[in-house]
Design a protein around this ligand. Structure first.
Ligand code: BEZ
Length: 214
């Protein structure tokens, strides 16, 4: 099962957008690889509408979304067409699913990424989300069970937090959102601790907890 800090396992697969060589086809991009339990199911349908509605926001963050389930290509195609033609959900209708969905009938990719958790289901993926950076390293993973839809604002928040952390060499406190103060990594020597509390422009609650505006 891949872990945070590992290189993203490579695979080739068929998708609703044609053949995919992952992660190589998305060189230089952030990637969100997510699994859903099954096509034509209620929670998954609401998730796909929510994710598709935010696709442009993820593109603006240089982030490629890729879905996956153990369903067939014709099932994926029929489902995304059905969503666009028939489903109206919370004011959204005529929603086009603009990201590729991997066909994983053999369970090769879902096994490679540990997306099938037998205590939850032997046959279907849990709701896994892998956040993969432009160097193809796994940077965050979240899992939800079959019966709970994900929060896509949180998925966007994680991407923005990772990108901001990388750009500025800082960490994000609880409930951080863009515009809020960030925290500094804690000092690792007594000299660094002394320098930290004397540093201009920081709000130090203690030597190990200092925040600042970006
Ligand atoms: C759903 O998307 O509603 C769902 C899919 C598989 C199992 C349970 C719920």
């Amino acid at each position: 099962m891949p872990r945070i800090g590992d290189q993203a396992p490579e695979f080739r697969a068929m998708t609703t957008h044609g053949k995919l060589n992952f992660p190589g086809d998305y060189a230089g991009k952030w990637k969100i690889l997510f699994s859903h339990p099954a096509d034509f199911t209620p929670v998954c349908t609401t998730e796909f509408i929510a994710f598709a509605n935010m696709q442009k926001e993820f593109e603006a963050l240089n982030t490629q979304i890729v879905g996956l389930s153990v369903d067939s290509l014709s099932s994926h195609i029929a489902w995304v067409r059905n969503i666009q033609e028939k489903i109206e959900w919370e004011g959204s209708k005529n929603v086009e699913i603009g990201f590729p969905i991997i066909v994983d009938l053999s369970k090769h990719v879902s096994t490679l990424y540990g997306m099938i958790m037998p205590g939850e289901s032997n046959n279907a993926c849990v709701r896994a989300v892998f956040f993969i950076d432009p160097a193809d390293k796994i940077r965050a993973i979240i899992y939800y069970p079959l019966n709970i839809g994900r929060n896509f604002d949180e998925i966007k928040r994680v991407i923005v937090a990772l990108q901001t952390s990388d750009a500025h060499g800082v960490a994000m406190p609880a409930n951080w959102e863009p515009g809020k103060d960030v925290v500094l990594h804690y000092p690792i020597t007594t000299d660094e601790a002394k320098a930290r509390v004397a540093e201009e422009g920081l709000k130090c609650h203690e030597w190990y907890l200092c925040s600042k505006k970006l």
